[in-house]
Design a protein around this ligand. Structure first.
Ligand SMILES: NC(=O)c1ccc[n+]([C@@H]2O[C@H](COP(=O)([O-])OP(=O)(O)OC[C@H]3O[C@@H](n4cnc5c(N)ncnc54)[C@H](O)[C@@H]3O)[C@@H](O)[C@H]2O)c1
Length: 427
């Protein structure tokens, strides 16, 4: 019964997608691979730490498949970062594109694959443009900061399917040997049906940037994006999405509701919380406790643990002894590093060496799970999944974080005040 409710919720989520699909199929998938050409053209949007890392991982993966590569565009909000990336990859600085509109030039260009690695608030707009332009996509997690953004990702994922465009997300645990082994063992019954769990991202604070004298709001927010909910989704979305994604993946469904709390004591810039504690109700009596904290000097744990009817396991497996032989996954080739393996899988799907891969719905719903927990903690209310994905009269359905990507493109960014945060019961 309850499983049907979950399916119906998913159907409604996808129904919203279908409305977009018909209107947005503008061009067919890139034809390069169909034509058998061996050079893959790749472009990057967001040349920061992870963006340059993702480009390196993509080039490494292509080499493993004996594909030639050509970098055809490097876009970043800041010109010096785009040019720095060009120098790092040994290509002409003419390929560097600056500004919040730079992604449009990338989509007009002849890249077969685009790597979308800006802060997550821009991802829905960039992903939509990429799919409309017929590009295969690697996009970093998380993929949105608000419910309309997460729904857009799922909707455009459906368009990508119709066009045969591969979509891989930076939720790399789905490409990591230990997690794949655990998922296999759980599906084979190694711990019985999952009855509950706890998932953690507890660690120290990330960086914080002070405003430079005379610096405008857009530049300040881009440089300090991990401090602003409007840019990052807060760390329950930005970091903890990895553990929430494992939970949805292992359980094979999304939560029905969230009730939680959080607070802030140590941060000085932006408006994020320091910690969250959320009870996720997955229906059928299954509850998962999600906790995350970014406070220096406190206990660190980044992990997932699940209790089943007949046993227990961490996301990475039950420990040194491993699972009994009958639950062992058959050996599969592995790049040794999930950050490279996800690009090997992207390429293998593009060249049809493995079945078609499209992770938009997975990462869109995992991002929505973090957003649901955040709204619950900020407001102090119980938040239901259906109020985010199908109930248009819910106050949360159209909750939109601003400044929006359009504000960055149009130069109308007004930064929220530093250190003014949500107050549960009043927010
Ligand atoms: N999968 C993982 O383990 C992992 C690890 C680190 C980061 N990430 C994700 O990668 C993304 C980027 O993180 P990062 O650590 O590289 O941050 P970063 O600040 O180092 O880089 C972000 C870059 O994007 C640029 N940028 C911002 N807005 C832009 C726009 N509209 N158009 C073009 N460029 C723009 C910035 O100038 C910056 O150079 C985030 O979503 C983050 O959560 C994932």
């Amino acid at each position: 019964m309850k499983r049907n409710e979950t399916n119906s919720s998913r159907r409604n989520f996808l129904k919203a997608s279908a409305a977009i699909s018909a209107a947005t199929i503008l061009s067919p998938a890139s034809s390069v691979f169909a034509a058998g050409t061996e050079t893959v053209k790749v472009a990057l949007v967001g040349c920061g730490g992870r963006g340059k890392g993702a480009m390196k991982d993509f080039l490494n993966a292509a080499k493993r498949r004996n594909l030639k590569t050509e970098i055809v565009g490097l876009a970043d909000f800041f010109a010096d970062r785009a040019k720095g990336a060009a120098r790092q990859f040994g290509v002409s600085e003419d390929l560097a594109i600056a500004g919040a509109n730079g992604y449009k030039d990338i989509m007009k260009g002849d890249a077969d694959v685009v790597l979308l690695v800006t802060p997550p608030n821009f991802r829905p707009v960039h992903f939509e443009a990429a799919i409309n332009a017929g590009k295969h996509v690697f996009m970093e997690k998380p993929v949105a900061v608000d419910p309309p953004g997460a729904r857009k990702i799922v909707a455009m994922g459906e368009v990508a399917k119709q066009k045969g465009l591969t979509v891989v997300a930076g939720t790399q645990r789905r490409h990591q040997r230990e997690y794949l082994d655990t998922k296999y063992a759980i599906d084979k019954g190694a711990i019985g049906d999952i009855r509950g769990g706890s998932v953690y991202w507890c660690g120290g604070a990330l960086w914080r940037k002070k405003r430079n004298p005379g610096e405008d709001d857009a530049s300040y927010m881009v440089r300090n994006w991990v401090s602003f909910t409007e840019m990052s989704g807060d760390h329950i979305v930005e970091q903890h999405v990895h553990n929430l994604d494992v939970t949805n993946w292992f359980l094979g469904r999304t939560p029905k509701s969230a009730i939680g709390f959080g607070g802030r004591a140590r941060r000085q810039t932006g408006n994020q919380f320091d910690f969250f504690s959320i009870d996720l109700d997955y229906g059928e009596g299954v509850r998962v406790h999600s906790m995350c904290r970014q406070v220096n000097g406190t206990y660190s744990r980044v992990a997932e643990v699940f209790t089943g009817a007949t046993g227990e396991t961490w996301g990475t497996g039950p420990g040194k002894q491993g699972f009994p032989a009958e639950f062992k996954r058959p050996d599969a080739p592995y790049a040794g590093n999930p950050y490279v393996q996800e690009h090997v899988d992207l390429i293998d799907s593009m060249i049809k060496k493995i079945p078609y891969l499209n992770e938009a719905e997975n990462v869109g719903t995992s991002t929505m799970t973090g957003i649901m927990g955040r709204i619950s903690a900020y407001t102090g209310q119980l938040i239901r999944w259906k109020d985010l994905v199908e109930n248009k009269r819910s106050p949360w359905y159209n909750l939109t974080c601003g400044p929006t990507p359009a504000d960055f493109e149009n130069g109308t960014v007004k930064a929220p005040a530093d250190d003014i945060v949500a107050i549960p019961g009043k927010a």
